[in-house]
Write a protein that binds this ligand. Structure first.
Ligand SMILES: Nc1ncnc2c1ncn2[C@@H]1O[C@H](COP(=O)(O)OP(=O)(O)OP(=O)(O)O)[C@@H](O)[C@H]1O
Ligand SMILES: [Mg+2]
Length: 261
């Protein structure tokens, strides 16, 4: 028991430290938006299980979620994604949840929707990883918190692919890998990413890593095909514009090859 309360005190001290760091960073609003009492309790529960050892500063403030660096089991570098309950666009989220047989009947409070969304991202990452797509390994989820492997290291998260300058050969390899991943997701995992672009692909150790799969849908979703078209278009446009390589047709080709094998 003494051990336990000591642990809790230590963890609270770390959260306070993290709050200080966030206060120093540009977005002052983040603190109150993200770290309400429930989030603190859930973070503490994850810490008690040993999933999170300590929390670090912010990596990114996105439209729906905030990402923090953290240390996990045995000091592993992990990323903690916390979906904001109040400022998320949960109406849009509902459109991606409905039509997915895993989540079709989710209704109710904002919180219920966002928790379903978090679970959806966890499951999508799990499925993607199972079929051989390089994604951050999902470690745990609780309520609106997703814990995953940090791509890059604790000090330097890997850059988005839009921010790296690849050699022609590397660009060609990256394009083909991404096309392969679109095909694996579609043909093996029964999934369409649905927000694939140079923003949601990181680049680490000479390889693309696909992130941000909360909105990914199963092929049963009525919009799956048009999401797929948009994903292919985004990827092709980026590589065309920046490197003068790649095309939607080349991705389609991989997709067709993946159907046969
Ligand atoms: N596992 C991770 N490892 C390293 N960096 C990460 C990881 N997950 C997210 N990031 C960083 O945080 C950013 C936002 O993550 P993500 O796209 O999952 O959240 P989001 O809320 O959808 O953000 P946005 O609205 O900007 O798309 C990423 O672009 C990336 O830079
Ligand atoms: Mg994103």
């Amino acid at each position: 028991m003494i051990e336990e309360s000591k642990r809790q005190r230590e963890f609270e001290a770390r959260i306070d430290l993290m709050r200080e760091r966030i206060k120093d960073s540009e977005d002052l609003k983040v603190q109150d938006e993200v770290f309400d009492r429930r989030v603190l309790m859930d973070l503490y529960a994850l810490a008690s299980k040993g999933v999170i050892e300590s929390l670090g500063g912010p990596v990114s403030t996105g439209k729906e979620a905030n990402i923090f660096r953290a240390k996990g089991e045995e000091g592993a570098d992990i990323a903690v994604k916390i979906y904001r309950i109040n400022t998320s666009n949960f109406k849009a989220m509902q459109n991606y949840l409905q039509g997915d047989p895993r989540f079709g009947s989710i209704k109710g409070t904002k919180r219920a929707i966002i928790v379903a969304w978090t679970r959806k991202e966890f499951r999508n990452l799990t499925r993607a990883e199972e079929v051989g797509v390089k994604v951050p390994h999902p470690i745990a989820m609780r309520e609106n918190i997703l814990v995953m492997e940090m791509v890059g290291d604790g000090e330097n998260p890997a850059p988005q692919i839009k921010d790296v300058a690849l050699e022609p050969e590397e660009a060609q390899e990256a394009f083909e890998k991404i096309a392969e991943y679109v095909s694996l997701l579609y043909n093996r995992a029964n999934l369409v990413h649905a927000d694939l672009s140079e923003f949601n692909i990181l680049y680490e150790d000479g390889e693309p890593v696909i992130i941000d799969m909360g909105q990914s849908v199963t092929l049963e979703h009525p919009m799956a095909r048009s999401f797929l078209e948009r994903d292919m278009w985004n990827v092709a446009r980026h590589f065309k514009k920046k490197y003068g390589i790649g095309s939607e047709e080349a991705i389609r080709e991989k997709l067709r090859a993946g159907m046969k094998s």
